[in-house]
Write a protein that binds this ligand. Sequence first.
Ligand code: DGL
Length: 280
Amino acid sequence: MDKRPLGVFDSGLGGLSAVKAILKYLPQEDIVYFGDTGRVPYGTRSEKAIELYAKEDIAFLEKFNCKLIMAACGTVSSVAKNAVASVKEPFVEVVSPACAAAVKATKNKRIGVMGTSATINSGSYVKKIKQLDPEIEVVGVSCPMLVSLVENNWIDSNDIIAIEMVKRYVKPLTDKKVDTIILGCTHFPHLSPVIKKVVGETVTLIDTGYEAVMRAKTVLQENGLLNEPGHKGESSYYISDRTQNFSETAKTLLGEDISDKANFIDINKFEKELTSKGYE
Ligand code: DGL
């Protein structure tokens, strides 16, 4: 039994797809969520910037004495190798659990991956899938503009702009007749209804946030770290900028109004702290 919170972070609000799954499947757990709304998107930035941001995000969450840290961000999971390796707590990222689920789901051994530019360029999902099954063909597409759609709450399945954008991005995947698509960025599960409408019901969509939460559940169970059953988990939310559409978007993504619970923090201050500890 361990009452400490789970620390979850993302570049912005996309990681709320993981929070939603925690609220449903691990309701007894307390959560501290950090969304770097002041610096989103990460997926178009250099490796150096992503490493630095991830280190700061982790340093912030470590202040809460978390029992597990989750990078609910495909970009951090794919690119920020050093930051991720330095985490002292049990750690869950989103790439491996999603790949395992996709390999299990595919029947025709053709998997598509939608991700940010940094994620797709890193080849993280391709490498992991090939390790699990070298015969699987993997096609990746960078979909950077879908991140803005989600951050701006343009996710309705009838939204013509969202539909056209998704159509254009998924063409290489539908051309290859993939039967499974990994939504390799935690922003994208929020667009599942639009993506389903475009690719059809027969294609399996893998939600990275959900799969990471299932992995976290196993880690907690195996290490005796679950909270008391019956405890009603509490969540606190931290953001690095109260963007104009924050409340409305967070409400749609989470199905809950968190505007009163969202606290602003100056994430840049953690850069100074890390520099004083000798990080570059
Ligand atoms: N939600 C993040 C991911 O999973 C990042 C999107 C972005 O910041 O570009 O990749």
